[in-house]
Design a protein around this ligand. Structure first.
Ligand code: GCO
Length: 443
């Protein structure tokens, strides 16, 4: 069955500064927490770094040509804070802004709408040295950085996303240590969430104080959680984890309060919330970026399998090369949840999968698993729109095979294959399939 998308639906691809740019010490860029993290032995697979990545900083014209060939109508990228405000706060580095100025002009000349993310994890190291997101001051520094970017690009960029996945920064960066700054069991996870949300609110004010007509949003990784079995303890464990992933962010953003039931369980001191914070955070965003990859199964850690009823999910479920289950129906569930929160505009700002590609002779790269993954998720997106969800666009994660954080270059999510030794770009079969979906505006 062919499912058509509305006229004007935006078709894009997403990337992030540290994952593709390289040029980590060019034109005044200062060190980021990810430059530092990559140099901690054992933290990133194979000792990979983003020093060169996809060399997008120098190859951005070629990459825009690839986007144009695929027929993209939008492109989501992130600005590297350390390029623009190398000291984290204070002096603005115009040479750093020059790169994004050229990129935005190139996109507009190609008829591609820029979607700008202000923060996709590459915090200036000098701010981390002062406490990073564990301290409130970083929220205010973020707002000043946002104002500097808006001042230079706000006459041409209309779609803004303040943060990318604050849950990941808090959980993986400050609890498990799998991401920069690599803190294990810091106990600051919920402070880090709060200060990022405060930064979102302050930056939103700064963006709206600039040029008029901006759509200001935030990109969140939202995921359903399914109980391993019907056992009450499994159900409670899944509900708690889903609440901490989703409601902990959506409630303050849309209603200006953290969920009472979760506050009681989290034991997070209300003293971390200063009078007025939640009014700043709680002005509903103009848009929500949904980053969706999978639905996970959750079981109560204290339950043995012999003590629980039969599993609710097939344990042999299909998984990607990340070990993530392929669960397209969860995308629909998250989209409908956002409609329930009253989101005025929703974009799928990330959706994609890592699989090993098959490189045939010449310019053929076969990746049927990725194409199938994208197709099944796009069908769910189309069904959600038919049900009234205000979904305005879809961004495949990701345009180019890039630096996949702790996995280095070992996991490929790209529509376009990159040989990182030569920087040769080769569109994969999924890219050509996506081009046809865009041309037909249907899946
Ligand atoms: C995320 C990040 C991306 C990742 C992608 C694959 O959602 O984790 O936004 O930078 O590379 O999701 O893990």
């Amino acid at each position: 069955m062919t499912r058509r998308f509305p006229e004007g639906f935006l078709w894009g691809a997403a990337t992030a500064s540290y994952q593709i740019e390289g040029a980590v010490a060019e034109d005044g860029r200062s060190e980021s927490v990810w430059d530092r993290f990559c140099r901690i032995p054992g933290r990133v697979l194979n000792g990979d770094t983003g020093d060169v990545a996809c060399d997008h900083y120098h190859r951005w014209r070629d990459d825009i040509r690839i986007m144009e060939d695929l027929g993209l109508s939008a492109y989501r990228f992130s600005v590297a804070w350390p390029r623009v405000v190398p000291q984290g706060r204070g002096p603005v580095n115009q040479a750093g802004l020059d790169f994004y100025d050229r990129l935005v002009d190139g996109l507009l000349e190609a008829g591609i709408e820029p979607f700008l993310t202000l923060f996709h994890w590459d915090l200036p190291q000098c701010l981390e040295d002062e406490g990073g997101w564990r301290v409130r001051g970083t929220a205010h520094a973020f707002a000043d950085y946002a104002a500097a970017v808006e001042s230079r690009l706000g006459d041409r960029v209309r779609h803004w996303l303040t943060l990318n996945e604050p849950w990941v920064v808090a959980h993986l960066g400050h609890r498990t240590g799998q991401h920069a700054p690599g803190l294990v069991g810091s106990g600051a996870e919920l402070d880090v969430v709060h200060h990022q949300l405060l930064g979102h609110g302050l930056a939103s004010q700064a963006l709206r104080a600039g040029h008029s007509g901006h759509e200001v949003g935030i990109a969140l990784n939202l995921e359903p959680r399914i109980p391993r079995s019907d056992h009450p303890l499994d159900r409670d464990a899944a509900a708690l984890e889903e609440g901490l992933m989703n409601r902990w962010f959506l409630d303050p953003l849309f209603s200006g309060r953290y969920p009472d039931d979760l506050l009681a369980i989290a034991g997070w001191p209300a003293s971390a919330v200063t009078e007025g914070d939640l009014e700043i955070i709680g002005r509903p965003p103009d848009s929500i970026g949904l980053n969706y990859y999978r639905t996970e199964v959750v079981g109560h850690p204290g339950l043995r399998d012999c003590d629980r009823p039969p599993p609710l999910q097939d344990p042999a479920a299909e998984v990607t090369e990340m070990g993530w289950p392929v669960t397209p129906e969860g995308l629909g569930a998250m989209l409908r949840m956002l409609e329930g929160y009253g989101a005025r505009a929703v974009y799928v700002t990330e959706n994609g999968a890592a699989y090993p590609d098959t490189i045939r002779g010449g310019d053929r790269v076969e990746d049927e698993d990725r194409r199938s993954y994208l197709e099944r998720h796009l069908v769910e997106a189309a069904k959600a729109i038919d049900d009234g969800v205000p979904l305005r666009g879809y961004f495949a994660w990701t345009l180019l095979d890039n630096f996949e954080w702790g996995f280095g270059y070992s996991r490929r999510f790209g529509l376009v294959h990159v040989d990182h030794a030569t920087q040769r770009r080769t569109p994969k079969a999924s890219a050509y399939w996506y081009r046809d979906v865009i041309a037909r505006n249907a899946v």
